[in-house]
Design a protein around this ligand. Structure first.
Ligand code: AOF
Ligand code: ZN
Length: 365
């Protein structure tokens, strides 16, 4: 078999950790000796053993074998011991790595080479970096990886002319949203969405428990205590970003109810400074942020270049008309100037198609 075959297998194995390893990367490892796969594993869950250690820890003579791993093995002691230790200890002869780990603590390639192990870097790099975009964004940019998810009609509208958006998407597409939420550490919406749709913004996936932070942009603090969000305030954390100028008393009342209030400055245009919001969320351990709308919030994130990935659920069976488009705030002269979507994919689900693509790609030097 070719080295691409084994690396591809490592990448496919890595995917098994999906939903469980964040904010750690998805990593798979395959060990080959005398042309046969003798062991393989992956990073199961955040805080647990790394892929390479899981792959090599069994009682077997690995000497002279080759290891395939999609990410540079770690050489530091984190929650787990360095992977380079076990690779050296077990007498591995050569390590194939898809791409480097931008974590500044990791110097795995250097350590392996210093110990006489040969390293080949770059096999299936493109596929491997696509797998760990959020981790790469966190490490390189020190900010959350931001996904904008929007549900629209065929004519690209997020609501009817009267502002109603419940529900544009089909039942299965609505369920898919919960998988997206589970992938993220926080979900963010604008106060208009809270007032109009009264959403709960929790993850509701059978057999899977995850509490994601619920974030609301509410400059004037219009948040209502009769909302579903307020009523479910014990289910998972609520963070409200508001302007310094909004009602001080209401801030106190909400704080006493366990809601986190963060005050931000107005930017030069008199709206909430998104940079501050994003920075603050990263400090609160949000590595992956899902922005779910409405139209104003989506448009602001896009316009300010904050969106890394866009997912649009299009109900191809409906035309809604009106002005609730997520891109009205963006203005370009020619189509060539428009925002470029890279690596896009399309899925279909009942009467909906889901289009997803990247605006920013991390991991290429
Ligand atoms: C690997 N193999 O399977 C993973 C790696 O706190 P720890 O010990 O879990 O270390 C986390 C860091 O290790 C993480 O930020 C990333 O740089 C690397 N993840 N490395 O060799 C793995 N998951
Ligand atoms: Zn490791």
């Amino acid at each position: 078999m070719s080295k691409h075959f084994y690396m591809n297998l490592a990448i496919e194995l890595a995917k098994k950790g999906f939903l469980y390893t964040s904010p750690n990367p998805l990593v798979g490892a395959v060990c080959v000796k005398d042309g046969k796969i003798v062991s393989s594993s992956y990073h199961y869950k955040f805080g647990e053993l790394h892929a390479e250690r899981k792959c090599l820890m069994r009682d077997f003579d690995f000497s002279g074998a080759e290891l395939y791993v999609n990410l540079e093995p770690c050489s530091h002691r984190g929650k787990t011991p360095p992977c380079t230790d076990i690779i050296i200890e077990k007498g591995i002869k050569k390590v194939y790595i898809a791409h480097e780990d931008p974590n500044p603590k990791v110097k795995g390639i250097e350590v392996l080479r210093e110990n006489g192990i040969s390293v080949e870097l770059g096999i299936l790099k493109r596929k491997a970096i696509a797998l760990n975009q959020a981790f790469l964004c966190n490490m390189i940019k020190k900010k959350p990886y931001i996904t904008l998810k929007i549900a629209t009609s065929l004519d690209g509208k997020m609501a009817t002319f009267s502002g109603k958006s419940k529900y544009i998407s089909s039942q299965n597409a609505l369920k898919y949203v919960h998988l997206l939420r589970a992938e993220n550490d926080a979900i963010l919406v604008g106060i208009n969405t809270v007032l109009k749709d009264d959403p709960e913004l929790t993850v509701r996936l059978k057999g899977y428990e995850k509490k994601i932070k619920r974030v609301i942009l509410d400059s004037k603090l219009r948040f209502s205590m009769s909302s579903k969000l307020f009523k479910t305030r014990d289910k998972s954390e609520i963070i409200i970003f508001t302007l310094k100028s909004s009602d001080r008393k209401k801030k106190e009342i909400l704080k006493n109810e366990g809601i986190v209030i963060r005050e931000v400055e107005e930017d030069s245009k008199g709206v909430m400074a998104l940079d501050e919001v994003i920075k603050e969320l990263y400090k609160m351990n949000v590595g992956k942020l899902l922005v779910e709308g409405g139209a104003k919030v989506a448009s602001a994130f896009l316009k300010e270049g904050k969106v890394d990935k866009i997912i649009q659920e299009i109900a191809v069976n409906k035309i809604l008309g009106g002005d609730f488009s997520y891109s009205t705030g963006l203005k370009f002269d020619t189509p060539d100037d428009g925002k470029i979507i890279k690596d896009w994919k399309i899925y279909d689900m009942d009467d909906n198609i889901i289009v997803e693509g990247s605006i920013n790609v991390y991991g290429y030097n």
